[in-house]
Design a protein around this ligand. Structure first.
Ligand SMILES: Cc1cc2nc3c(=O)[nH]c(=O)nc-3n(C[C@H](O)[C@H](O)[C@H](O)COP(=O)(O)OP(=O)(O)OC[C@H]3O[C@@H](n4cnc5c(N)ncnc54)[C@H](O)[C@@H]3O)c2cc1C
Length: 407
């Protein structure tokens, strides 16, 4: 009889885990608080470490249809607009065997959902509250008292994870003092010179702006990160009608940045929080309970790898499950965590460092610009990240190079 694994949350981590474990022959039961897939959020970039896995799950042609394949990553100083460094993203396929893709989050979720082809049991509209581990199984319970039981549990309910709190009780993620503002502009409304096929990062004093095309290049996705203390909840996008904060933050910038910000009529914002880099495998696995994605390791979005790490986690779950032999769920989860925590901690730490570098002032800004001008393409093309991560396992337990830690 096949095993049943519970999954809390149907975000990118939960959907990926459901797909990965279904491909390993597991029956999944997914419990999600919303009534349908969440289509909020905007674009995400996926590096070759991530698209390699999606392709191994059979999602390559969907990725081709829904994704946008940028040519270059261009880093600018936002004050004077000059290009500091450039990385050839189109070469990812040649260097790492998989492409760099920009995709709308809703399209990524739809792709994962299609890959599932109706497998598993899906329970929508239930907010999970508590978890009850036992020697032979795990049970979770919703706020309204409904219960689900499985041989194991994958906690994937995001940065505000209630189940993480029930397991570890270590309190909420820490606000960073930064807020992300995002907008999607129809390409026809974008100032003509910025109707680009590249990813652009503009680094300013205490802010940065990233933009790239999504949806077949028909829309431009913009994310502006600014410094702002805000004590609101950290796990949803809220409306910020007009862009006063945005205009104030970039007021000292070059015309290109001001024009782009000025072209946006409405922003949404997200209060950014994170946790310190993980310190051991027990941050991802305790007995029959595994934790993945933002529930386990929320990070600042300055390395564009949060969703990527969630998808890698799912691939590592698949690998661990398919190689567990007669060992129990707890040992499979432990093998997943052992193979993951160091690499993800490195990504968490780099995400924090990137924030300092992107927003720097004075001598640090000068040093950053000098480093990017001399070593730009090397610094912007982290081989340990793009070439590492779990090697995909095919559905039947075939191609596999081991649970690579990526170091
Ligand atoms: C501005 C910004 C830009 C980003 N850009 C990138 C990028 O370019 N590349 C990248 O890889 N990553 C990026 N990220 C990070 C990425 O969005 C997250 O890391 C990723 O969405 C985490 O996925 P998740 O499934 O763990 O969490 P979530 O996406 O938050 O999903 C959690 C799911 O659990 C559900 N849920 C919550 N609580 C409960 C409960 N109690 N019971 C049941 N269900 C529950 C939620 O409704 C949701 O569906 C960015 C993030 C931000 C904020």
């Amino acid at each position: 009889m096949s095993s049943t694994i519970l999954i809390s949350g149907a975000g990118i981590a939960g959907l990926s885990a459901a797909l990965a474990l279904s491909r390993a022959g597991v029956w999944v039961k997914v419990v999600e608080r919303e009534n349908a897939l969440v289509s909020e959020g905007a674009g995400v970039q996926l590096g070759p470490n991530v698209t390699r896995i999606l392709r191994a799950w059979g999602l390559g042609s969907g990725l081709r249809d829904k994704g946008f394949f940028p040519k270059f990553l261009c880093a600018h100083d936002a004050r004077d607009g000059r290009v500091l460094g450039q990385s050839d993203l189109a070469q990812a396929l040649q260097h790492y065997g998989a492409p760099h893709v920009c995709i709308h989050r809703a399209d990524l979720q739809a792709l994962l959902w299609q890959g599932l082809q109706g497998q598993g049991q899906w329970h929508w509209g239930h907010t999970l509250q508590t978890v009850h581990p036992a020697d032979t199984h795990v049970m979770v319970r919703s706020a309204s008292g409904q219960a689900w039981q499985g041989d194991g549990l994958v906690v994937a309910d995001g940065i505000g994870s209630k189940l993480r709190q029930a397991v570890s009780g270590d309190g909420p993620a820490t606000p960073t003092g930064h807020v992300a503002l995002r907008a999607l502009l129809p390409m026809t409304e974008v100032p003509r010179q910025w109707r680009t096929t590249n990813v652009h990062v503009w680094m300013g004093e205490r802010f940065h702006l990233v933009h790239y095309p999504v949806r077949d290049g028909q829309w431009l996705n913009l994310v502006l990160v600014i410094h702002r203390r805000d004590s609101r909840e950290t796990d949803h996008w809220s409306w910020l009608g007009e862009g006063l904060w945005a205009q104030q933050a970039v007021s000292d910038s070059c015309a290109a940045v001001c024009d782009l910000i000025g072209a946006v009529a409405q922003w949404r914002y997200w209060v950014l929080a994170d946790r310190a880099p993980m310190r051991s495998a027990t941050d991802m696995a305790v007995g029959r309970i595994a934790m993945i994605g933002d529930a386990a390791h929320p990070m600042r979005p300055y390395f564009a790898q949060g969703a990527g790490m969630a998808i890698e986690d799912a691939a590592a779950l698949q690998w661990a499950w398919q190689h567990r032999g007669d060992q129990g769920v707890d040992l499979a989860w432990r093998a997943m965590a052992d193979s993951r925590w160091r690499r993800v901690a490195q990504v968490q730490a780099q995400s924090r460092r990137n924030g300092l570098v992107f927003h720097s002032t004075g001598w640090l800004r000068w040093g950053r610009n000098a480093a990017l001008q001399t070593l730009g393409s090397r610094l912007m093309n982290p081989a340990w990240l793009y070439g590492g991560g779990p090697r995909p396992v095919d559905g039947g337990g075939g191609v596999h190079d081991g649970p690579v830690t990526g170091r």
